[in-house]
Structures are given as structure tokens and as C-alpha cells.
Design a protein. Structure first.
Length: 172
């Protein structure tokens, strides 16, 4: 899983987030996700396997902002991804975190212990993973793997190579 850590002036501290950005006019969510992922992390994603959420609101009591989550597969062994190079704007300073999905809860704990603030959807991803593990742990051998599937559905988790979730906001 690819995460980014950067200073956010409104928060007054560094936050741990999903790669994110704005959708430019005339651009699809997938196009924006691939662009933002490449700019912020240096990784090139496979567009053909993208999964896109419908627009969702983050804080409807305070703002009308909506976002879309885009799940992208990244082949870390692809020649273009062997030495990823960020394409940051002059004012951007983004640290990339590559975290195995199974170790995500522990890594988020480490980031919190270091004083960083988590983006809300990362906490939801963590909860989904933990619920899935708990449900999976309580099943008998004869039961289907419903617990893990439920947890994966809750978290949006995917099995495979590196997975990147990119949070996108529409500019219009």
C-alpha cells in the first residue's frame, strides 16, 4: 500500500494520507488518480484494473465537497517502477511510505506515535482490515471465508502487488 506523509498548514503538522489531488476539468477520476500517484510517489499504475467509487462526502455538515476513491494496481517489478521518481511542485515535500497491507495497522500506529495525524479514510481502511481478521479468526474450517471477504469489502483492500488508493476531489 502506498501512503504519503506531508505537512498540511491547516493542521499545523504532518499528516499520513493516501496519494490525493484534484480532478482537472475534462479528466476522469482514473486519469487524475494515475497522474497524482505518479507525481506524488513516482509510481506508474495499471489503469485497466482501476476500481472507482461513486462520489462520497467526507463532512456533509461542514462542506459540500465530495471525493472519489480510486484503487490502482502497481507492479513494483515493472521497469518504470524500479526507481520511482516523484514529480513534485516546488512547494511540495512528500515522503512516500511503502507498507505491506498486512502491516498497515502497525505502521499507522508507528506514525501516530511519532506525532503524525492520520487521514480519516486510512483509519477506516485499518478498521476494515481488523474486522476482517477478527471475523476470519472466529470461523470453523468448514465455514466459507466470509469474515475475510467482509473485512476486505469494508476496507477496500485488495490482494496482489502494491495497491494504491488515490483520493480525488473535483475542481468543479
Amino acid at each position: 500500500t502506498l501512503l504519503v506523509r506531508q505537512f498540511r498548514p491547516p493542521m499545523g503538522c504532518e499528516t499520513v494520507e493516501l496519494p490525493a489531488g484534484l480532478i482537472d476539468k475534462g479528466e476522469s477520476a482514473v486519469e487524475a488518480a494515475v497522474r497524482e500517484l505518479r507525481e506524488e510517489t513516482g509510481y506508474l499504475a495499471d489503469r485497466s484494473t482501476a476500481r472507482v467509487s461513486d462520489p462520497v462526502c467526507l463532512c456533509p455538515g461542514l462542506t459540500n465537497e465530495t471525493v472519489q476513491l480510486v484503487q490502482l494496481d502497481v507492479d513494483a517489478d515493472a521497469p518504470a517502477n524500479r526507481t520511482p521518481t516523484q514529480s513534485l511542485e516546488e512547494t511540495e515535500h512528500i515522503h512516500v511510505l511503502e507498507v505491506p497491507l498486512g502491516g498497515l495497522p502497525q505502521e499507522l500506529d508507528r506514525q501516530i506515535a511519532q506525532g503524525f495525524v492520520l487521514f480519516g479514510s486510512l483509519q477506516l481502511l485499518r478498521i476494515g482490515l481488523e474486522v476482517g481478521r477478527e471475523l476470519e479468526g472466529g470461523r470453523s474450517q468448514a465455514e466459507p471465508r466470509r469474515g475475510m471477504l467482509a473485512g476486505m469489502a469494508l476496507s477496500g483492500a485488495a490482494v496482489g502487488a502494491l495497491t494504491a488508493w488515490t483520493l480525488l476531489r473535483s475542481r468543479y
